[in-house]
Structures are given as C-alpha cells and as structure tokens.
Write a protein of this length. Structure first.
Length: 322
C-alpha cells in the first residue's frame, strides 16, 4: 500500500516521504481500516517535528484523524493508532474507538469532525459550562479548531466574537456565523472586545493559539469568565499571572481531549451522538477548505504548520472525490 512515512524529525515538507509498504498488522483490540479521507491536524505537524506529547517510534505514518471503511463496509470516524496513521491507504485503529460517520456529512467532512468538534464541545460545555446568552470569544476563528468552536457556540445560543488575521479570514468568520469579527492585524483586540460587549468582556474565551492571544484574553475576559486553553498554535506557551486571575475572578481551564478518550470513553460516545444530531440538523458542518490529493499530503501538513490555511485540509486517497 502507499503511505507517507517519517524517518527523522523536522519540518513536514522535508521529512515526510511517500513509499510503498506492506499493510500493518492489527494488534490485540485493533482493526485495519481502508482510508476514505484523512484530516490534517496541527498535531500532525508537531509529530513530524518531534514536539507532540506522544512520540511514536520512527519511522511512522502521521495522520491522526480519518473517515474510513471497515471490512464489512461500515463508514466510521476514528483516531489512528500510531505509528500507523491515516496518510496511507490503510490505517490501524482501536476497535473500541470506532464511531459511525454521520450520514449528513461526506467523507472529507466526516474526517474533519471528530477531534476538532469533540475538543470544542468538551471545552465549551464540560469545562467552561457555556450558557445561552453568554459571549464567546474564539481566537483563530477561521481555522480548523476555531471554526468548530464558532459553530458550536452558535448552536449553544451564545453571542460569538471571532478573532482572525486578515480580511480573507474575516470574511470566512462572518460566513461561519460570528456576530462580531475582529481582525487582529488591523484592530486592537482588547479594545474591540470591550466595545462589542459594552465593557463587560467575554464570558468564555476559546484559545488554541497561546502567546499574545492569551495575553489579550486575560485583558478582556469578563468577571467570573473562563479561558479555555486548547493549544499553542502560535508557538509560544504563555505563563499566566495567577495574581491577575485572583484579582479579576476568572478561571483558566485546560482541555486535553485525549484524556477523555482514555479515562471516560463513554462521554466521547455521548458527545458523538450530540454532534451527529447537530450535523443532521445543519447546526454544524466542518469547514473543508481543500480536498487534497494523496500526493499533496506533505505540503498540506506544512501549510497547516505554517498557519497559512483556512478551515480544514483533508487528504484523499487517489481516485476518491469525497
């Protein structure tokens, strides 16, 4: 089968190699699936660089999230059992982690649903307890992670403020349903949030960026607000001033979705049922910006790593037009 493999750590475009390899052999509790579509996630870039919290043995195939097909023809979504990831014709996955792909979504959309929307739902509801009528601020609102949070915030009845970089991404954020869009390159984010909320600030802030975005969040979070830390795509891990959180009465909440899959898998299945219902009702639909041919996988991972993309890039096996 064809697979993209990484033999040494570095930038994705430099270290991902396309090869012909034997299909992997499932271990105990695992299944071999035929890949229908593989979503590109920022962790794929971190895996290539050797910076992710999980370091699979070299060589490995990246691609942590797929829509795939079982031997008996069922369409499923799942995370890959590394080192045999989804940028290949076949992927290994834990049998217990297979979830039915929503019928309302095509293969590429289904591949982009699982991690991003599960992370968004757990972050906004389980961690931050977002309420109808509250104001949600989403950093990188036009990106893959941010766009999911925007849609989930609107589905929850929140007023959504999206922060983006540049007019093109601002247009995407508006199309996603953001009530207010702030271009961080042209506006003072803190002042714009205060103006949009009448000085109240944002009740919940969803931050997959870190760095300067977190600094802005601490300045514009509301009294008893909640800042949800999802990742550090900006490359800088912030060092929060805890005395500021004490003085202003806000919470800083971490969200590592993978821990729910490990410690409370039943909650992941329940969340998937909710997301499937949302997709059926048209409340959510993954923003697939590009359906990338298999040969373009390394370039796609690099572009996500560089932060130049909007929405999701999904890699399709040759001959698939999902």
């Amino acid at each position: 089968m064809r697979a993209w493999r990484v033999y040494e750590n570095g930038e994705p475009r430099a270290v991902m190699r396309r090869e012909e390899v034997d299909p992997p052999t499932p271990g105990e509790g695992q299944v071999l699936l035929r890949v229908r579509a593989a979503n590109v996630n920022f962790p794929d870039a971190l895996l290539c660089r050797g910076h992710y919290q999980v370091r699979p043995p070299l060589p490995f195939t990246p691609g942590v999230e797929v829509c795939a097909e079982t031997d008996d023809g069922r369409r499923v979504v799942t995370t890959a059992a590394l080192p045999h990831g989804g940028f290949a014709d076949h992927v290994l996955a834990d049998a217990a982690g297979l979830l039915p792909a929503p019928e309302a979504l095509d293969d590429a959309e289904a591949a982009a649903l699982h991690i991003g929307y599960q992370t968004g739902w757990f972050g906004l509801h389980r961690r931050a307890a977002l309420q109808p009528g509250e104001t949600l601020l989403v950093h990188a609102a036009a990106g893959g992670v941010g766009s999911a949070a925007v849609q989930l915030g609107k589905a929850a009845g929140a007023t959504v403020i999206g922060v983006v970089g540049g007019p093109a991404k601002a247009a995407v954020a508006r199309a996603l349903g953001c009530d207010v869009v702030i271009d961080r390159r042209a506006e003072d984010v803190v002042a714009a949030v205060r103006a949009a909320t009448g000085g109240h600030g944002a009740d919940v802030i969803y931050d997959p960026v870190g760095g300067d975005a977190y600094t802005q969040s601490a300045k514009c979070v509301a009294f008893e607000g909640r800042i949800v830390i999802v990742g550090f795509a900006g490359g800088t891990v912030p060092a929060p001033a805890l005395n500021h959180a004490l003085v202003k009465n806000y919470a800083i909440l971490g969200l590592h979705w993978g821990l729910y899959a490990a410690k409370d898998p039943a909650s992941v299945a329940r969340c998937h049922e909710t997301l499937t219902a949302y997709a059926t009702k048209g409340l959510i639909r993954p923003l697939v910006a590009e359906r990338v041919p298999f040969a373009g996988a390394a370039d796609a991972v690099q572009r996500v790593a560089d932060g130049t993309t909007t929405g999701r890039l999904v890699v399709l096996p040759d001959g698939v037009r999902a």
